[in-house]
Structure formats: structure tokens, C-alpha cells
Design a protein. Sequence first.
Length: 116
Amino acid sequence: QVQVEESGGGLVQPGGSLRLSCAASGRIYSIKTMGWYRQAPGKERELVATMRRGGDTTYAESVKGRFTISGDSAQGTIRLQMNSLKSEDTAVYYCNIDDAVWGGSWGQGTQVTVSS
């Protein structure tokens, strides 16, 4: 069974940076999309950024110009570089990897807290 695991969360001051990483363990057949989502307390989970197999990326308006998604669909690894962090970026960040054979799989989440 494929598992997805995130790492790299933590506490950072406003204006600071963090980099999140995510990796899928198990057999990878054909990853279609990889992405990062987040859920703040009392709010629904929302899309942050996605990357398709061909490299096309999409970003939420709130993170454009500050966050960068990158990765390797053949390896099942993705990263999220977060710069100029704001308090409103505080949330649990989740990785999702969607494979054509085993479908979508979520990680357990990693906490990002932006506070002085």
C-alpha cells in the first residue's frame, strides 16, 4: 500500500521561509497530479498549489509570488518553498499524490505556524 508522508513544518516568524517536502513510498505507476493543500482551524481544506505530470503548476491567489511548488512525478516527491510567510498561512499542510493506478493518497499533514 502506498503511503504519503510530509515533513518540514514548524514555527516561523512573519516574513520568514519554510520548505515542505513530501514523498510517496511504494510502487509508483503513473502519477497524474501532485499537490499541497492546507486547513486552518475552523476552515475547510483548500488548495495551495498543484503540479501536473508535465510540469504545469497552479497556485491559489493568496500564495502566488510567495510559494513555489516543485517535484519529480517519476519519483513521487514534491516540495513547497514558502517565502514571505504571513500569519494567515498558519495551517496544517497536506500533500496529495494522485496515481493513475492507486488513485489519490493523502499524507497525515504537517503543522505550519507563522507567529512572532
